[in-house]
Design a protein around this ligand. Structure first.
Ligand SMILES: [Zn+2]
Ligand SMILES: [Zn+2]
Length: 182
């Protein structure tokens, strides 16, 4: 047991005095000490990183095995949590934007997706699906988002210049007729 861990009754008078002094000192110099440690951490950042890296490399196999074991043990929890989170955000999306394709009306959930009418904004481009959906919930604007099934979404947004082929073929380029069969 270190001196710090001992309860006051077990300390000698000398030790008690020292502890009281230290506590008083810390209380009176709180800001200074904080600034000092902040600066210290800042000055030793690279050193700390290098140490952590060296430690990792020296113990790589053991650490990786530990991580794998942890992942195995927690995969189920993690997936369960992720699914619950996804389902919650989807429920919210359907509540706000309707629960069927806004073009053909299909209601099968697995066929549905959310379409960002004005295209994804810059900051959304590299984020995960959850964040994109979450944003649709926050924005809550039917002029910005609509529910579409994958057919209407893919057929319209990607193959027919933004118009679902259910609403007619849109020809912009001379090669637009290629292979559409209509
Ligand atoms: Zn549809
Ligand atoms: Zn459609």
């Amino acid at each position: 047991m270190t001196e710090q861990e001992m309860s006051p009754e077990d300390l000698t008078t000398e030790q008690r005095k020292k502890r009281a002094y230290d506590e008083k000192y810390r209380a009176e110099h709180q800001e200074e000490l904080r600034a000092y440690f902040r600066q210290y951490r800042f000055d030793h950042l690279e050193e700390k990183k290098a140490k952590a890296k060296a430690y990792y490399l020296a113990n790589k196999q053991r650490l990786q095995a530990k991580q794998r074991k942890y992942n195995r043990a927690h995969t189920k929890d993690w997936k369960k949590w992720q699914n619950a989170r996804m389902k919650a955000v989807w429920d919210e999306i359907f509540r706000i934007y309707g629960d069927s394709c806004s073009c053909c009306g299909t209601k099968t959930r697995y066929f549905l997706t959310i379409h960002h009418i004005h295209g994804r904004e810059e900051e959304e481009k590299n984020t995960d699906r959850y964040s994109v959906w979450k944003r649709a919930v926050e924005v809550r604007d039917p002029k910005a988002y609509r529910i579409l099934c994958f057919n209407c979404h893919l057929g319209g947004v990607h193959h027919n210049h933004g118009v679902c082929p259910h609403r007619g073929r849109k020809r912009v380029n001379e090669w637009d007729d290629y292979g559409d069969g209509s």
